[in-house]
Design a protein around this ligand. Structure first.
Ligand SMILES: Cc1cc2nc3c(=O)[nH]c(=O)nc-3n(C[C@H](O)[C@H](O)[C@H](O)COP(=O)(O)O)c2cc1C
Length: 171
């Protein structure tokens, strides 16, 4: 799949078939996460791959009961690594680690789509609850949960702004 087809064809998928994701596809998702750009190449992000049903139920409860988290065979929890502050101070903590994580998550969602998998970025959750459920060290801030698996729905593309609504060109 070429890059623009992946970018434009990817949709947020919230319903999943009860099928596991093959190990080689999981490895590709991991590569997509790891090979994203990052500030100073410090790679200030960390990931948990959750397959356990009990843990998924707890994560869903921390996220307004979003069913996609329970239904997906795997949920990737993306964390910002706040130790970046040792090097980049406030800008590292307030900005770079969040941007690093976001680059990785988008990379992974595009790779998932190219592999025939669906995924959705879940941002609406209680960070403190997720940190407790996963027993996170204090330097990891959970910022994105991504349920992923084989799609059981084909969502229509939601409207996007026209380029002129979002972009000014200065020549
Ligand atoms: C930062 C962020 C947080 C989001 N949080 C949620 C969420 O909690 N639950 C959900 O179902 N979708 C969530 N989404 C998915 C958006 O609703 C979706 O990307 C948007 O409607 C555009 O649809 P598309 O991804 O199919 O293009 C989130 C997306 C982003 C980028």
């Amino acid at each position: 799949m070429d890059v623009m087809s992946a970018i434009m064809g990817r949709r947020s998928v919230r319903r999943f078939k009860p099928l596991p994701v093959e190990p080689e596809k999981i490895e590709t998702l991991k590569d997509a996460l790891i090979w994203a750009p990052s500030a100073g190449n410090l790679q200030s992000r960390f990931f948990y791959f959750v397959y356990n049903d009990e843990v998924k139920k707890k994560l869903a409860a921390s996220a307004l009961g979003q069913k996609s988290i329970v239904e997906a065979p795997v949920v990737i929890v993306g964390c910002a690594d706040l130790t970046v502050g040792d090097y980049y101070r406030e800008r590292g903590i307030d900005l770079y680690c969040i941007q690093d994580l976001s680059c990785s998550i988008e990379n992974m969602m595009l790779a998932a789509h190219a592999l025939g998998l669906g995924s959705v970025w879940v941002g609406a959750f209680d960070e403190v609850a997720v940190a407790e459920i996963l027993n996170l060290p204090r330097h990891l801030r959970p910022l994105a949960m991504v349920p992923a698996g084989y799609p059981a729905e084909t969502p229509r593309p939601p409207r996007r702004m026209a380029p002129e609504e979002a972009i000014i060109e200065i020549r």
